[in-house]
Design a protein around this ligand. Structure first.
Ligand code: SAM
Length: 405
């Protein structure tokens, strides 16, 4: 096991096999030999060894739980759910097994089952924070907003240091709503989401990068509004680039805008608070510079450095827009372009911007326009658009294009 820990896999394997020579039913050796195969990248063999271990240790909850994880890694979802279920049966006090079982049920669309299992997880271990978050999200998506709010409150009470819990309590209670999402919340959220971000948003018909890139290219080529309504791919593909010198992708995330912007500028810079997201953007190799920093602070530090700034699905983490728009104005050269997306605040709302129960801010058109004017921008285009889907429903918003006056 020491060799295994030190990743000397051949030596560890020889050791486990020696134990099994002497005692073929040694469950622990079978279990760790399975894990070792997984660590080597051979999930199918790992599953076989852990299954053999379970033949001799049928009431071992953690081993059933591990088997579930191996099935998940192998994409064998039904078997994963059954293995986690077995873990909850043989080890009913194991919060992690209930949690994993709940996630499988959620992914299968069994909302009630998922809620039940996640509640069991919390009943077994009231400090199990992953279960609070998952439970509140499932409740929210099921339209049970009051129960979702109660779950976030419980989570925040148990874990007052959690930035996510604090932010979501503000979102559901409308009390102590921050002017923008706190830096530690953004980092916690997106560092955690980075690995699956592209795949998850792909499933939600995410369109913000295409929308902002097309709006920028249209505005750069022919002035505001020209060509609005033209098909996006036609705008982005049409021949030569837009001939911009320096472009900033503010809140670049994993860099989904990068490949769309690259043909249109000589220099492409990205900034984002989440180091994990930026690592993924770096892997795309289309940015000349990537910086991990708060975007308004960064833009204030780069006076008149850019011809254009785009910000896709990022100002939705800001309520008040005065600071990021003022900073963008500072960072743009004369006649520089700013293109960003916002989510739409329902026309019935009385306020300018609101932190919605899902944790992002929505803005009114009137407020966005007046904040742009106050920051020194002119000639604004405000085009309604569907940005993506959430819980099967389209998320309505707008693509905003403005020019530094
Ligand atoms: C939904 S993602 C969008 C990423 C990318 N623009 C895209 O369209 O794929 C929002 C990004 O904004 C970043 N972000 C939010 N608030 C920020 C802030 N104040 N400063 C810098 N980055 C921020 C997050 O870290 C996250 O990567």
């Amino acid at each position: 096991m020491a060799a295994h820990k030190a990743e000397r896999f051949d030596e560890a394997e020889a050791g486990y096999l020696r134990v099994l020579d002497a005692r073929p039913d040694h469950a622990k050796a079978l279990y760790y030999l399975g894990l070792l195969q997984f660590h080597r990248g051979d999930t199918a063999t790992a599953i076989k060894f852990v299954q053999r271990c379970l033949n001799f240790a049928r009431t071992n909850g953690p081993a059933w739980n591990t088997l579930g994880g191996l099935f998940v890694a192998a994409g064998r979802k039904t078997e994963a759910r059954d293995a986690y279920r077995r873990a909850t049966l043989v080890a009913p006090t194991m919060a992690e097994a209930w949690y994993n079982y709940g996630i499988c049920l959620r992914d299968e669309g069994d909302v009630e089952g998922a809620i039940g299992a996640l509640r069991m997880s919390l009943a077994r271990e009231p400090g199990y924070s992953r279960a609070y978050e998952a439970l509140a999200t499932v409740l929210y998506q099921a339209g049970r907003t009051q129960e979702a709010a109660d779950t976030y409150r419980e989570w925040a009470a148990r874990e007052p240091q959690s930035a996510k819990a604090r932010h979501m309590v503000a979102a559901v209670s409308q009390r102590d709503v921050p002017a923008r999402a706190a830096d530690d919340y953004v980092r916690e959220l997106f560092d955690g989401a980075a690995r699956s971000f592209d795949a998850n948003l792909g499933k939600l018909n995410y369109r913000a990068p295409e929308l902002v890139a097309a709006a920028l290219v249209r505005a750069a080529r022919s002035g505001l509004d020209a060509g609005a309504g033209t098909r996006l791919d036609a705008v982005l593909d049409a021949g030569a680039g837009a001939g911009l010198e320096a472009v900033l992708d503010a809140g670049c995330g994993t860099g989904l805008c990068g490949p769309l912007l690259r043909p249109h500028c000589a220099r492409l810079v990205g900034v984002d608070l989440s180091g994990q997201m930026v690592e993924r953007a770096r892997a795309r190799q289309c940015y000349d510079e990537l910086i991990v920093e708060e975007l308004s602070a960064f833009m204030r530090s780069r006076s008149r450095a850019f011809d254009a700034i785009v910000s896709a699905d990022t100002l939705v983490y800001f309520g008040a827009l005065e600071e990021p728009l003022g900073a963008a104005h500072d960072a743009l050269r004369d006649n520089g372009l700013l293109v960003f997306t916002v989510e739409a605040l329902p026309a019935t709302a009385s306020e300018h911007h609101r932190l919605e129960a899902h944790g992002r801010y929505a803005h009114s058109e009137q407020y966005v326009r007046s904040a742009l004017t106050a920051a020194g921008f002119a000639a604004t285009a405000f085009e309604a658009a569907t940005l993506r889907e959430e819980s099967g429903e389209p998320v309505s918003g707008a693509v905003v294009t403005a020019r530094r006056a």
